[in-house]
Design a protein around this ligand. Structure first.
Ligand code: SAH
Length: 355
């Protein structure tokens, strides 16, 4: 069967387990679409899943800016859809979903009639599925759009931004941290387009420094700062994060936020990658004022909660700091997890108060 074919998956005894997409070249050869082996996978079928996912998000988030489809958890393995009002960014990551893309586009059209659809098919995982990496504007015009999150305005570039253009997964963590930031001096490291820092400024931070190595990300953060009337509070530093932390030794902030990219991308770099979190904590914790707050996250799906907690503990010990864990959290609710796939809960975050 060619990669991406629809197939019926059977138990050794012959019992049909359901309808799957099949790829002989991937370690995950079969991905379950439905336990009904007779189902017809057409625009109506996909449309029902989209409608269900959309009604959940409308209830959870309230504004049309969210992760609409989170793959298996929403019954659509191999697909991510982020919604920015009437623009959608779709990531197709499996051969099965690649085959179904025309039907998916038809279903998206029928359910949401978006003005813009971008197929941001540039994830490295596509190569494991034998697919090429490309970004295609399937409808309308791509480019920067405005979004609303936690009542603040932000900017995402749907074609040239990182991933889908915005990291909705930190929505709830951003709100929590902003709630701690009144009158605070805030350092937002790996800031991307200001999701944490600009919100903190809007909620009364005294000063915010956003550090990132990407100029386009910082440009979007600057724009967000001015859209929210906090451009005099937020400043920007284009820098390698670890260099910036080392250079800042001796300074003090009331809130330090570190939300790095995944340090562990494959099982073979688990050990060295995981140590990156320890080093990050070692360099960032000393910048936290006594009694201040420290947020650190990991989006490496191979780093589980106990391993992450261990790296944080060691980093704090290296830095000679202690304190208390206030919150261990994960991704926002529009990133649900399939009960059979706990490893898809990739985001771990910890907020501490440091002594
Ligand atoms: N905190 C952000 C998301 C961070 S994504 C938010 O709330 O939206 C990771 C960010 O780290 C990206 O913006 C990327 O440009 C930046 N980055 C990656 N490696 C870096 C490095 N070595 N130094 C500084 N920034 C880096």
């Amino acid at each position: 069967m060619p990669p991406g074919s629809l197939a019926i998956l059977r138990a050794p005894a012959g019992e049909a387990l359901g309808l799957v997409t099949f790829n002989p070249h991937s370690l995950i050869a079969a991905r379950l679409l439905t336990s009904n082996p007779e189902a017809t996978v057409d625009a109506l079928f996909l449309g029902r899943r989209l409608a269900q996912a959309a009604s959940l998000r409308d209830r959870l988030v309230g504004v049309p800016f969210y992760r609409l489809i989170h793959a298996e958890a929403d019954g659509l393995p191999g697909v991510i859809v982020d919604r920015f009002g009437d623009a959608l960014v779709v990531q197709v990551n499996t051969a099965g979903m690649e085959q179904l893309t025309p039907v998916l586009l038809e279903a998206l059209e029928a359910e949401l009639s978006p003005k813009t659809i971008v197929l941001k098919n540039d994830a490295p995982v596509r190569e494991l599925e034998g697919l090429k990496r490309e970004t295609v504007v399937a409808k309308g015009e791509a480019g920067p759009v405005e979004l609303i999150e936690n009542g603040a305005r932000f900017v995402a570039d749907l074609s040239s931004g990182q991933k889908t253009g915005w990291f909705y997964d930190q929505r709830d963590n951003r709100r929590f941290m902003a709630g701690l930031a009144k009158d605070a001096r805030v350092l937002d490291v790996f800031s991307y387009s200001g999701g944490f820092g600009v919100l903190a400024a809007r909620q009364g931070a005294k000063s915010v420094v956003c550090v990132d190595r990407s100029q386009p990300a910082l440009d979007a953060a600057r724009e967000a700062a001015s859209l929210n009337g906090v451009d005099r509070i937020v400043s920007f530093e284009k820098s390698e994060a670890f260099d910036a932390l080392e250079k800042s030794a001796g300074q003090r902030f009331d809130v330090v936020i570190c939300d790095p990219p995944a340090f562990v991308k494959s099982r073979k770099d688990l050990k060295t990658g995981a140590q990156g979190y320890r080093k990050l904590v070692r360099l960032a914790a000393p910048l936290v004022e006594k009694g201040g707050f420290f947020f650190v996250a990991s989006c490496s799906h191979l780093v589980d909660v106990p391993l992450f907690a261990e790296q944080v503990r060691r980093g704090l010990r290296d830095a000679g700091r202690s304190g208390r864990i206030l919150l261990s959290s994960g991704a926002a609710l529009d990133h649900p997890v399939h009960p059979g796939l706990p490893e898809t809960a990739y985001l771990k975050a910890m907020t501490l108060q440091l002594d």
